[in-house]
Design a protein around this ligand. Structure first.
Ligand code: NAD
Length: 443
């Protein structure tokens, strides 16, 4: 099948590459000339395990191409995927300007039947606005061509995006139109081999399903973080509690890890956007508001703890920091807890020496050169001259460090662990003061 993908970010690039790998002829279009140039030189602008090889293989086979040429892009694909960003607007609602710009581009160049597939995360009712944009641009041209608009929200996880796309738990298709549904079924057949994974529903339900999924996951995290704060105050160990509740199959072990808050490009903005949608229909989003408030509080816990440790005076202190990405196996730092921590530390006059396996370039891009930030080649390099160590991301490589070396290199053997990577007793045996999240026996 001929496919066009608008947007070559995490979602567009993974979608285009995986669809090309199934034998489709894919043209990806992006407005970012530099990004398209890099992709055409064989460079991959994001870190996503397995993506480099998959892009190389499909480019070589001629099934995956990149362009900024919108008219060529609209002419190419029977299926026109929209996978552009939907960042939060000032009031928290999803900013649809990029989605609607793509819809207008399609309306300006469409010359035959097209299925417009919306993969971006968008509020309920967006498909109608996409239709309006298509209609009005076609009307300006004095044409009226057939098209379908379907919703196909994406559930991939950064860091495991290829596997998630290739072997999805489910593929949600919102469609009010048989022809488009048939085409979507055909397109996704290679990814639905073991059993039928395509769940077809009406467009508005599909749009809401994406927000419901992310809001539920964010709720689980905030719930555990609230319980973690409670466990601390009650002298209980949240890790024991987690084991105790996760064993109930109605609860399960997934996504109930306490930590220093959720971040990333999706949970924060999607929870806000869904709350905004609720307010738009005069329905008070009590749970969603609480999920967000708990997360905001949790993102401040590490800083508060470090500040308390130094009796509120952090000026001139040097904090070693392990982990900058919002989660492991990605270089994405959007809304990362590390950013909240670093910014608060700088504000308080401390300096940061940080390491992350993948996000150092992204950190440089965001913060530029500054005296109070040193990016270090290895985790151990961050320790030289540092007072204490803080951990924000649970990269596998941080899980079994050389504790002897840590003790020797830090000025004082103190660890603020935002991800509960270590056994508190082992750390105490090694002579550390260990602050974990929600663990009654960490001291
Ligand atoms: P991104 O910011 O990484 O990429 C968006 C891309 O779209 C950019 O390269 C940008 O230059 C391009 N773009 C903007 N306007 C364009 C236009 N008119 N034509 C062509 N390209 C254009 O975003 P992302 O993380 O891939 O997210 C895209 C959407 O998918 C969002 O709605 C997001 O909520 C959703 N989503 C993201 C994830 C994730 O893990 N990142 C997962 C599921 C869903």
């Amino acid at each position: 099948m001929k496919i066009t993908i608008f947007g070559s970010g995490y979602v567009g690039l993974v979608t285009g590459t995986c669809l090309a790998d199934a034998g489709n002829d894919v043209l990806c279009v992006d407005v970012d000339q530099a990004k398209v140039d890099r992709l055409n030189r064989g460079e991959v602008p994001i870190h996503e395990p397995g993506l480099d090889d998959l892009i190389a293989r499909n480019r070589e086979a001629g099934r995956l191409r990149f362009t900024t040429d919108v008219s060529q892009a609209v002419a190419h694909g029977l299926m026109q995927f929209i996978a552009v960003g939907t960042p939060p607007d000032e009031d928290g609602s999803a900013d649809l300007q990029y989605v609607l710009a793509v819809a207008r581009s399609i309306g300006q160049h469409i010359d035959d039947y097209r299925v417009v597939v919306n993969k971006s995360t968008v509020p309920v009712g967006t498909a109608d606005r996409v239709r309006e944009a298509l209609e009005s641009t076609m009307a300006e041209r004095g044409v009226s061509l057939p098209y379908s608009v379907v919703s196909n929200p994406e559930f991939l996880k950064e860091g495991a995006a290829i596997a998630d796309f290739m072997k999805p738990d489910r593929i949600v298709v919102g469609s009010d139109d048989d022809k488009a549904t048939r085409l979507m079924r055909e397109l996704y057949r290679p990814f639905s081999r073991s059993h039928e994974k395509l769940i077809v529903m009406d467009v508005r339900s599909a749009e809401l399903t994406k927000y419901a999924a992310n809001a539920m996951l964010a709720t689980k995290i905030s719930f555990m973080n609230e319980l973690s704060g409670l466990a601390e105050r009650l002298g209980a160990d949240i890790e024991a509690v987690r084991n105790g509740i996760g064993s109930d199959p109605r609860i399960g072990y997934h996504f109930i890890y306490p930590g220093c808050g959720y971040g990333g490009s999706c949970f924060p903005k999607d929870v806000k956007a869904l709350a905004r949608t609720a307010r738009g229909v005069d329905y008070e989003p009590l749970v969603l508001d609480a999920v967000e408030a708990v997360n905001a509080r949790q993102k401040g816990v590490l800083f508060q703890r470090i500040s308390d440790h130094f009796h509120g005076d952090l000026s001139g202190r040097v904090i070693a920091l392990w982990g900058l990405a919002f989660k492991p196996n990605t270089d994405d730092m959007r809304e990362a807890p590390s950013r909240a921590l670093m910014e608060a530390l700088w504000e308080a006059g401390a300096r940061v020496q940080a390491h992350d396996p993948e996000s150092m370039d992204e950190t440089r891009r965001i913060y530029g050169e500054r005296d109070d930030l040193r990016l270090c080649e290895t985790p151990y390099d961050t320790l030289t001259g540092a007072d204490v160590l803080a951990i924000c991301t649970e990269w596998q490589v941080f899980r079994s460090p050389d504790f002897g070396r840590l003790r020797k290199d830090l000025k004082s053997p103190v660890i603020f662990d935002g991800r509960n990577l270590y056994d508190p007793r082992t750390l105490v045996d090694h002579g550390f003061t260990y602050y974990a999240m929600g663990r009654g026996d960490s001291v």
